[in-house]
Design a protein around this ligand. Structure first.
Ligand SMILES: Nc1ncnc2c1ncn2[C@@H]1O[C@H](COP(=O)(O)OP(=O)(O)O)[C@@H](O)[C@H]1O
Ligand SMILES: [Mg+2]
Length: 400
């Protein structure tokens, strides 16, 4: 059923007055006409939210909460226009309990207002609301699911679907990085996907801790390292110099791609921001190589390279990764146009005949060696021979 015609039990956020109504053209309470009435279930779900039903900046009526993150809360709002026109938008506010993040919120407003990509939530407006003492950011309303919800609902995605989503993420990053903006908190909860039944469109949200990479990151003065451990590049923990690089975002893209296709994280990390030191140890000393057995081998290699622990071995730009993924993604190949697509070289497999010859040669060498030992070392007992044999080779931890 269309949401517009949906009748709900509506309630005034300031008193118990109730009546049936449509959330997208909410009725007013006769006692409190300054507030719109909101669906009663939101008042039950968010009983202490004094902003529900309020009007910010004299034109944005907050009708229900959409989500909450580390320092923001986002609402579905109706924007008043001339001639009684109203449209749906998303309004993000800085949470009252996170006022110390004010400077970061201002950065987010600055950054998102500069970016135009169709794959980034579009900036519409921002202002201060003096009545509620609140700063807010208005964006296009994205109707869909977060990538985290999509993964919960749909499980592992087939590679083509995953790669088309990741290609859109990379196109968004290409623009952000060109504007010298590094997102720094890419993860499925900060990405939304809407589906019109034909195509899935991805939008990047939450530039809340993003930094222009030329700038000194704020956390150096605040003693805080932003991000979500499982998606953070290892160089953030290894003698971190404070430099913010696009390769950090590209590492997160690698983790997301691995997660979309396999359902698992590529590395075992403790997702515990309090314990970054043990996380760093885990990362630097026992890296677990991604296992992607069901994939086209060359695609597996591309993903492994995107996940390299050494940033120099990773793809150096979003475009470089788009080019590498183009053979498997129509969106990536359309975006890069006629740019040369170079497939990573197929690793050479030894042929059966070569293997047989090698085995025969090896057998000959061992035979000769044993004969020579018998001739030249007759005084050694069998026990001594065993003691002198070399250690079996150790298998070094696989690095992507
Ligand atoms: N433009 C939008 N349209 C629809 N939902 C949104 C929009 N922006 C944010 N959300 C929802 O709100 C949640 C929190 O937003 P986010 O910007 O990530 O806040 P925070 O900075 O606090 O993490 C998101 O996970 C998403 O569910
Ligand atoms: Mg967020």
């Amino acid at each position: 059923m269309n949401q517009v015609t949906l009748q709900r039990l509506m309630q005034c956020p300031l008193c118990d007055y109730r009546q049936a109504g449509q959330p997208l053209s909410p009725p007013r309470c006769p006692e409190h006409p300054s507030r719109v009435m909101v669906a009663k279930r939101w008042l039950i779900n968010a009983p202490k939210d004094y902003l529900l039903g309020a009007k910010l900046g004299d034109k944005y009526h907050l009708i229900h909460p959409l989500g909450q993150g580390q320092f923001g809360r986002v609402y579905h709002a109706l924007q008043d226009g001339a001639a009684g026109v109203q449209r749906s938008v998303a309004v993000k506010i800085l949470r009252e309990d996170r006022r110390e993040m004010y400077a970061l919120f201002l950065d987010e407003v600055k950054v998102i207002s500069q970016l135009q990509s169709p794959y980034i939530a579009q900036y519409l407006d921002s202002d201060y609301d003096t009545e509620h003492g609140i700063i807010y950011l208005v964006m296009e309303l994205i109707e869909g699911r977060s990538l985290a919800e999509l993964m919960d609902d749909d499980g592992e995605l087939d590679p083509e679907r995953a790669l088309n989503l990741v290609a859109q993420l990379l196109i968004a990053l290409e623009e952000a990085h060109a504007a010298r903006v590094v997102h720094r908190d890419l993860k499925p909860a900060n990405i939304m996907v809407s589906d019109d039944g034909r195509v899935e469109q991805l939008k990047v949200l939450d530039f809340g801790v993003s930094r222009p990479n030329a700038d000194q990151p704020r956390e150096q003065t605040q003693g805080l390292l932003p991000g979500t451990p499982a998606y953070m590049a290892p160089e953030l923990f290894q003698g971190y110099t404070g430099e913010v690089t696009p390769q950090m975002d590209l590492f997160a893209v690698g983790v997301i791609l691995h997660q979309l296709i396999t359902g698992n994280f590529p590395y075992q990390v403790e997702d515990d921001a309090e314990n970054l030191i043990s996380y760093y140890k885990l990362y630097s000393q026992r890296p677990k190589a991604p296992r992607i057995s069901t994939l086209d081998r060359r695609l597996g290699q591309v993903i492994q390279r995107a996940l390299s622990l050494d940033p120099k071995r990773r793809f150096q730009s979003a475009r470089e990764l788009l080019i590498a993924l183009a053979p498997w993604s129509t969106i990536a190949s359309r975006h890069i146009g006629d740019q040369l697509i170079e497939l990573p070289p197929e690793p050479k497999r030894p042929r059966r005949f070569t293997l047989l010859v090698a085995a025969a040669l090896l057998g000959g060498v061992i035979g000769l060696g044993a004969h020579a030992l018998q001739l030249f070392l007759p005084h050694l007992t069998g026990e001594e021979l065993t003691q002198q044999s070399p250690e079996p080779p150790t298998v070094s931890a696989q690095q992507p």
